[in-house]
Design a binder for this molecule. Structure first.
Ligand SMILES: *Cc1c(COP(=O)(O)O)cnc(C)c1O
Ligand SMILES: [Zn+2]
Length: 386
């Protein structure tokens, strides 16, 4: 066992990792997993990694599942890091293509770890609110694990996501409202129904899966982190996870103190983090009337808001909002120059890149990474009239 305990990201209170946990029992903020890195480094080295399977489970010692327990896996992680030479022009632009994960998005990374842990700790019914890809990922891993999945989606969630959940055997409930309303419905019913809530950051292990984005980046760049990362931010799991991974890798003596400048990219129709960042606030209020075609960004209130804002400031990064129309516009540009049909969330990052370029916030030669967090195929409704 490399996992030692859970720690509150706000008040530091320790929690046991030997049973199912959601938020901090004292202050209600997210819990993070603490791994014994001194023990992990005895078997996990930069050199041994190269010989292991091409999956996020290659980082086994820094993941929470005990080493004698079989993960619930569909072959996630180990995604390609592609040079985007044409779009990048004079900068050193790279795209980490997460669309080839199971269920076509990087939500698989979080869910493989969260579902593995939930099953290991005795959960039988899992519930999640989802406006997009989280539902499909949970549905897939739950059925693989033999657990029930209860998924609450806003009625206007893209057809592909709803159909996917149903065909993967999940119980799907459509709600007239936003993802926050779906979350509220789960909170109301979960005790009576015996559901374990696997909402973003409301359990500690989706972040652990997402942190492997940071480990993979470092490994693929030969242990030199890039100058800048553009992350399409909804709940911010990947941003928080990568930042944690960077600290862990430094403790493992795999990387130095250099950190990328981290940028959160959101949609103008739902930009709580951008608004709070610009106002100099430590947390973000709920964004009213949240709407955007980039369903993964339609999170009006993120429970990890204070962690995200802290990372953006600590890294000398920033926060940028992009209009839906611009996302649609840039998608074909990326598609025809790089051969990737990207999700609108990723498209937002390409637009943000252009505005950072024209504001001279990126210098020629800077190494920049964009995550194509999902496949454009799930958003066909957005392209019907083109
Ligand atoms: C969920 C999602 C996001 C946002 O990810 P967070 O880690 O919740 O911020 C971005 N893009 C896609 C395609 C998503 O499904
Ligand atoms: Zn706390």
């Amino acid at each position: 066992m490399f996992l030692t305990h859970l720690e509150c990201s706000a008040c530091g209170l320790q929690h046991q990792s030997s049973r199912l946990q959601n938020l901090c029992l004292s202050c209600g903020k997210p819990l993070l997993a603490i791994v014994d890195l001194d023990r992990a480094r005895r078997t996990l080295t930069r050199e041994t990694l190269g010989t292991r399977e091409k999956s996020l489970w290659r980082y086994r010692e820094v993941l929470p599942l005990p080493d004698n327990v079989e993960p619930v896996s569909l072959g996630e992680g180990g995604t390609p890091l592609l040079r985007a030479q044409k779009f990048g022009d004079d900068i050193d632009l790279w795209v980490k293509d997460e669309s080839i994960n199971p269920t076509q998005s990087f939500k698989a990374r979080g869910m493989t770890v969260a579902v593995s842990m939930a099953k290991h700790l005795g959960a039988t019914k899992l519930a999640v609110p989802s406006a997009g890809n989280a539902g499909g990922a949970l549905a897939a891993y739950a059925s693989r694990a033999g657990l029930e999945a209860h998924i609450f989606m806003p009625r206007d969630t893209p057809r592909a996501n709803i159909t996917e959940c149903r065909e993967l055997g999940a119980h799907v409930t459509l709600i007239d409202g936003l993802i926050t309303d779906c979350g509220a419905e789960i909170a109301l019913r979960k005790t009576k129904e015996g559901w374990f809530d696997v909402s973003t950051l409301k359990e500690p292990y989706r972040v652990e899966g997402k942190k492997t984005l940071g480990y993979e980046l470092a490994e693929q760049f030969n242990w030199e982190l890039p100058d800048l990362i553009l992350y399409p931010t909804g709940g911010g799991t990947g941003l928080i996870g990568m930042w944690k991974a960077f600290d862990e890798m430094q403790a493992l003596c795999w990387i130095g103190t250099k950190r990328p400048r981290m940028f959160a990219v959101q949609a103008t129709g739902c930009a709580p983090i951008v608004r709070a960042f610009e106002a100099g606030e430590k947390s973000a209020g709920e964004f009213p009337n949240a709407h955007t075609i980039a369903s993964g960004l339609r999170v009006p209130k993120a429970i990890g808001d204070f962690l995200i804002l802290n990372i953006l400031r600590q890294s000398n990064g920033g926060a940028i909002a992009v209009a839906d129309k611009e996302m649609i516009g840039v998608t074909r540009e990326v598609g025809s120059s790089e051969g990737l049909f990207i999700a609108p969330e990723a498209a937002a990052c390409f637009v943000a890149l252009k505005s950072l370029r024209s504001a001279s916030k990126i210098r020629p030669g800077d190494r920049v990474v964009i995550f194509n967090t999902g496949s454009g195929i799930k958003y066909l409704d957005c392209y019907e009239d083109r």
